[in-house]
Design a protein around this ligand. Structure first.
Ligand SMILES: *Cc1c(COP(=O)(O)O)cnc(C)c1O
Length: 216
């Protein structure tokens, strides 16, 4: 896989204002370094231990995005260095991240994960739950987290209208909270649609690093 060429390709086609997250779960450091040397600074990982190891071994100016399902009891391992946690799918998790942010004396940036698709993941808040929570202002009482926007995964389907409608539902929620202006949606298969529907962060794995390994 020509990782360098793939990074350069995405950097040339993504509009200004859309950040490329190179999703590197299960991929060896050598391939991440190839991407890094092509100018890529934002990497997405799904597993805590793998992220901790890669953070130790790879250049220190990488922005590490946690994009998987995060268990509360593991927040402490990534809290010292994680750049953005995309998959915050419960208020209790947000509170634990706040606690670990406090211990590490930093403000940890988070995205609320929304459940919009039919499959792929059972995790995430409904649009309505997220809206009720944000309108309550409770996130503002947590001093060591900052909710910056929303993350979502569309259904795994060839039906473009359906995918579009799911992305639109996220954009519509976001428009009620203009300060929360990061929208993390779009993967290898649907990033073009995602950008048309307002994505500001696309999470691309297989189109950069090759097919997913099958234990994921
Ligand atoms: C693996 C993964 C991606 C990347 O998927 P590709 O189809 O390989 O681009 C994006 N987001 C999440 C949450 C993932 O787990």
């Amino acid at each position: 896989m020509p990782v360098k060429e793939n990074i350069l390709y995405f950097k040339s086609v993504l509009p200004a204002g859309v950040t490329l997250i190179a999703v590197s779960k299960t991929k060896p450091n050598m391939l991440l370094l190839e991407a890094y040397n092509a100018g890529q600074k934002d990497f997405g990982e799904n597993y805590v231990q793998e992220l901790v190891d890669k953070h130790e071994q790879l250049p220190k100016d990488i922005h590490w995005h946690f994009i998987g399902h995060l268990q509360s009891n593991k927040v402490k391992y990534i809290a010292p260095f994680v750049y953005l946690i995309h998959g915050v799918d419960s208020i209790n998790l947000l509170k634990e991240i706040n606690k670990q942010g406090q211990k590490n004396n930093r403000i940890i940036k988070c995205l609320l994960q929304l459940h919009i698709g039919e499959e792929e993941t059972k995790f995430g808040l409904s649009i309505q739950e997220a809206q009720v929570f944000l309108e309550s202002g409770e996130d503002k009482t947590l001093s060591h987290i900052a909710v910056k926007g929303f993350m979502a995964m569309a259904s795994n389907t060839a039906d473009e209208d359906k995918i579009r409608a799911e992305f639109k539902s996220v954009k519509q929620l976001q428009s009620k909270f203009p300060d929360l202006n990061i929208l993390s949606f779009g993967m290898s298969s649907d990033y073009k649609l995602a950008i048309e529907e307002g994505s500001t962060m696309v999470r691309i794995g297989s189109s950069i690093f090759g097919e997913r390994n099958y234990n994921t």
